[in-house]
Ligand binder design. Structure first.
Ligand SMILES: C[S@@+](CC[C@H](N)C(=O)[O-])C[C@H]1O[C@@H](n2cnc3c(N)ncnc32)[C@H](O)[C@@H]1O
Length: 208
């Protein structure tokens, strides 16, 4: 399946990276997928399309995001949500009348799958405590990029790995966010998990 951009922003924008990501997910064919860091929902929509092709309506996608910048989360890395493309600006401001970085806009992008999708607004440092990780088969970890947040996300995802699932982390070797690499390195060392890197050390795939 080809990764589509749905006229929005995504961190998987470089040529071929989205397709490679979908190939990876397709290898494991997860039934219950968790994305930490949804942003405009482009990856969410692509994952739902992929899982729908495999399972019909019998899959689940759960997405967590702050969906806003405020005083509590100002230390987290949130990509620029503004478009430089004037056509996209016009489309969202005057036609859709939506902020694409909002829970409502992502729900709208995913409305075709509304029975399969749960979107949770808030900080993963708080929200993951309330998720039954036993039920998750695959985690795409692409939320907060500081050491403590990534480590917390990984600790909660440990159960997924122990149950034979996969945790795929984005931005492993990102110079602006060295905490991601450090947290992943510490986590795999502490737990003796296997980790494979690909796309020039952009992705780190952690499994048992
Ligand atoms: C790089 S973007 C995610 C891109 C998305 N996965 C995609 O493929 O297009 C990172 C997202 O993580 C969210 N985020 C940052 N810190 C977070 C936290 N502590 N908890 C939940 N979401 C967080 C930001 O709001 C932002 O939307």
């Amino acid at each position: 399946m080809k990764y589509k951009k749905y006229f929005r922003k995504t961190s998987l924008k470089q040529k071929g990276v989205g397709d490679l990501f979908l190939e990876e997910v397709n290898k494991k064919k997860p039934k219950v997928f968790l994305e930490i860091g949804v942003f405009h929902g482009v990856t969410a929509r692509n994952v739902c399309e992929l899982l729908y092709n495999i399972y019909g309506s019998d899959f689940k996608y759960i997405g967590i995001d702050l969906f806003e910048k405020n005083d509590e989360n100002k230390s987290e890395l949130i990509p620029n949500t503004q478009f430089s493309n004037p056509i996209k600006k016009f489309y969202f401001n005057y036609i859709k009348r939506q902020n694409p970085y909002s829970k409502e806009a992502v729900e709208n992008l995913l409305k075709k799958f509304n029975k399969n999708v749960t979107l949770l607004k808030g900080n993963s440092n708080k929200i993951l405590k309330n998720i039954d990780m036993k039920k998750i088969d695959y985690v795409f970890l692409d939320g907060g990029h500081d050491y403590k947040t990534v480590m917390n996300d990984l600790i909660y995802s440990k159960e997924v790995i122990l149950n034979g699932g996969t945790v795929l982390c984005d931005d492993y070797d990102l110079s602006q966010a060295p905490g991601v690499k450090k947290a992943i390195d510490d986590f795999i060392k502490q737990n003796n998990f296997s980790c494979k890197f690909f796309y020039n050390y952009r992705f780190a795939k952690i499994e048992k």
